[in-house]
Design a protein around this ligand. Structure first.
Ligand SMILES: Nc1ncnc2c1ncn2[C@@H]1O[C@H](COP(=O)(O)OP(=O)(O)OP(=O)(O)O)[C@@H](O)[C@H]1O
Ligand SMILES: [Mg+2]
Length: 469
């Protein structure tokens, strides 16, 4: 492992302060797991790592972004962002696969969104309907790129037709299959039933791209979308053929995407095949037990940020067999510090060793305050420095930081005022901060009225109380 400039510079080691740079070549595979509690520095590390891997190895990155937290950074870096919700992803797209292979994946993945797993007879009808949708579109592997892919609407239409044709007992099964799928095709919830509105191949070719799943209305929809993207990546990697010994071409990042990493499915297959095809998988999670044990025990590199929870520590201690001192150190790590364990190509996994704070790229970050019909951008580090000068402690700043991260740094002025109040600032201090930040008087007054409404007991809004006779 290089300890000089070759590879991806990460940080200095705790002992001897040796610069540690990461490279995949001596490791069993290029996959990386990043563990650590909220705010410990996982996403910061991922961004720093991807930036430098691009410089060192020309590695492209595709981020499957659960909560939209990477969007501002990807935009700032000139990457491609696809926001699912406004954009749609046709579940029946082939992504280079044969209709029969895709049919199995579609039926399997529909279990994430419907109760199909509890209805084996309905599942068989859905399988048949998907097969027919491909067949009626006359899809053959040679034609598949030139024809419009069928959609779930075609599947539904075929089931409706069959419901009329079948005898009484079978008809109720077909109708039940129809009703299980129908919610996915209703206007407003039809993200997977509309034709794909973006270029899947462009995602893989762009230097940095991000699929933002936060606009989808449920966890299960996010899981399904993430899973589909991984399936298409896997197919693209197979279609390109093996390139053993070559560079690391693409890193697929799944931050918080633990749901699709639990089962023995496609992410696990990428872990098994990635090295052969020069693809890497980077998974980040707050809890190591959220990841599939296959992924956890096979990744070439494991970065552990602050982990104070005993169930996570028990799991890490069992898997990595370290003593109580290391356990204690993992619980005490400061933001940005981590421990690393590497799996060598020809040896067992290395012992954990500790790194000082990940040495990141200090990008300017903005907080966007939304008023009534207007927006203001505040430079984040200046806001935080100001709060520190006002005596706000690091623990409260960490809560504020995670509040801002969850909202991609775009917040309504009244909610921001409420967050400042929770940092211990008085209403007058908040009013002054807004005025110093350049908000006009009417906007400050509006934000403060909003704060008052938010602070009312039992969640009642001001308007409701005013209306009480
Ligand atoms: N090495 C570092 N150097 C400077 N700032 C850092 C470092 N690591 C983290 N930070 C800052 O700490 C904050 C929290 O970090 P980050 O968003 O990476 O946490 P996280 O582990 O991804 O949390 P979550 O699980 O909630 O997503 C961010 O504002 C980030 O800029
Ligand atoms: Mg994060």
């Amino acid at each position: 492992m290089p300890t000089d400039g070759a590879g991806v510079r990460v940080a200095r080691t705790r002992h001897w302060a040796v610069p540690f740079s990461w490279s995949f070549s001596p490791l069993s595979n290029p996959h990386i797991a990043v563990i650590g509690m909220s705010g410990s520095g996982k996403s910061f590390f991922v961004k720093t790592f991807l930036t430098r891997a691009n410089v060192s190895f020309g590695t492209r990155a595709l981020i499957i972004d659960w909560s939209g937290e990477y969007v501002p950074w990807v935009r700032q870096s000139g990457g491609m962002v696809v926001r699912l919700g406004p954009e749609s992803l046709n579940l029946l797209d082939l992504g280079g696969m044969s209709p029969s292979m895709r049919t199995s994946q579609v039926v399997d993945s529909l279990r994430l969104l419907t109760d199909l797993k509890d209805f084996p007879k309905e599942r068989q009808w859905v399988r048949l309907a998907v097969e027919m949708a491909y067949a009626l579109g006359r899809f053959s592997p040679s034609q598949r790129s030139s024809r419009r892919a069928p959609t779930l609407l075609d599947v539904l239409a075929w089931l409706k037709l069959q419901a009329k044709k079948q005898n009484l007992s079978e008809r109720s099964v077909v109708q039940s299959a129809y009703h299980l799928l129908r919610p996915l095709c209703l206007p407003g919830a039809d993200f997977f039933a509309r034709p794909t509105s973006f270029r899947l191949d462009a995602l893989l070719k762009s230097g940095l791209s991000c699929v933002d799943l936060s606009g989808l209305p449920s966890e299960s929809m996010r899981s399904l979308a993430g899973l589909c993207i991984v399936q298409f990546v896997r197919e693209a990697m197979r279609a390109r053929g093996p390139c053993e010994g070559r560079n690391l071409d693409l890193m697929v990042v799944m931050d918080e995407a633990w749901k699709i990493c639990q089962e023995d499915g496609d992410p696990v297959a990428i872990v098994r095949e990635g090295r052969k095809y020069a693809f890497g998988l980077m998974v980040a999670s707050q809890n190591p037990t959220d990841l599939s044990p296959v992924i956890f025990s096979n990744v070439g590199s494991l970065f552990v940020f602050r982990t104070p929870f005993s169930d996570s520590l028990d799991y890490l201690q069992r898997s990595l067999r370290f003593g109580p001192d290391v356990r204690n150190d993992l619980a005490q790590l400061r933001q940005g510090q981590c421990a690393v364990a590497l799996q060598w190509a020809d040896h067992a996994r290395s012992d954990l060793f500790f790194l000082e704070r990940v040495d990141g790229e200090g990008l300017l970050q903005w907080i966007v305050l939304e008023g009534t019909g207007m927006e203001w951008a505040l430079e984040k580090s200046a806001v935080f420095d100001g709060l520190r000068a006002d005596g706000v402690g690091e623990d409260r700043l960490a809560v504020l930081d995670s509040f801002l991260n969850r909202r991609n740094h775009v917040v309504d002025a009244a909610h921001f005022a409420q967050a400042l109040q929770e940092c211990g600032l008085s209403r007058e201090a908040i009013r002054q901060k807004f005025k110093t930040a350049g908000l006009p008087d009417d906007q400050v007054a509006h934000a403060m009225a909003g704060l008052f409404a938010l602070s009312l007991p039992s969640g009642k809004r001001l308007a409701e109380l005013v209306l009480v006779p």
